[in-house]
Design a protein. Sequence first.
Length: 368
Amino acid sequence: VSTQSTGAYLNLDCMERVPRILLFFVFIAAFYLFGLEACPLPVPSWDCPKLSPPPPAPDVRHLRPGNIKAVMAMGDSISAGFAMIGYPPENFLEWRQYVFSSGGAPGAFTIPNILRYYNPNIQGAAEDWTWPLTPGAYLDGAVSHAAVQATTSQVAYLVNQLKTTYAQTVNFEEDWKLLTIFIGANNECGACNYGQDTLPEYFESHLLQTLEMIQSTIPRVFVNLVTIFNISGVYYAGKSYTYCEIVWDVIKKECSCLETGNKTDLDIMDLRSTQFNAISEKLAAQFASQNNPNFTVVAQPGLSGLQIQRFGEAYLSNLDCFHPSLCANQAFTYLIWNNMMQPIGQKTTAPDLKDLKILCPNENSFIQ
């Protein structure tokens, strides 16, 4: 029996007699020799028209893309861009400049760069990589390994950055800010152990505390609360690739309930995804009902129906077959941007593979 991974054919019978750590380096060499497949979900062409500078927004519900002055992000290693690009050893880095929610690298397909198309003076986008576990960079407060209970410290980081590093370029009190939060994967990864920090009520309590802190400490902010996809899809996407099986055997304790491959463990993680997403929807509606002119939270569900397993290993990191790749981040950008252009109640939860297109704003479009 033979299998194909990154263009290299290797015999499984021979592999069983080779130490796993040696095979790990064999596959790294294969990456360099053969490269990877193109992204399975191509980036839709960007041909949206330029818009005139918008008038000042009267409130948070009438924000046009050009009204946003600062982009911010919070989350875990996904929002820090850990292991997104390249091959070992270089992809041990955090590639923040390409993250869907915070990346500002020239030419990168990210939400900040889309907003830059409408406001060239936008601030806060990440422009470079960071070392793993860096406690935030630019206005990306994400920290690798973070869970929902650690997000209040990220709020404090953003407040400090706005008042110091960005004090001359962002008017803390008056400028409008977009904050994208993507959190919960690390809480889900221990769900099969039924610890307190994996329970829905724990997630809700800490997420509510974080959102209240944002509301009370950061003026004029629109919060994108991104719902999470089923993490079991990562396992099903990688299990048919020998390289991923080897990596999961070499790199331990990254997501304990996924690594078992046990269906019961995978199912409880998916149940937590459903429960956490329902909590995000609930809390977003709760804050929206306050009709605060300077603050709102909108649940953006574009990733909740994304079936990672349909797209194979191209959506997974070359380092650990767990973190999202550059291809995945580009897909995230497309899905969440479109959510931001869709009314509440009419937001898509997965890509339409037969009609991939970017939703272009017009002069009367508001971020929703």
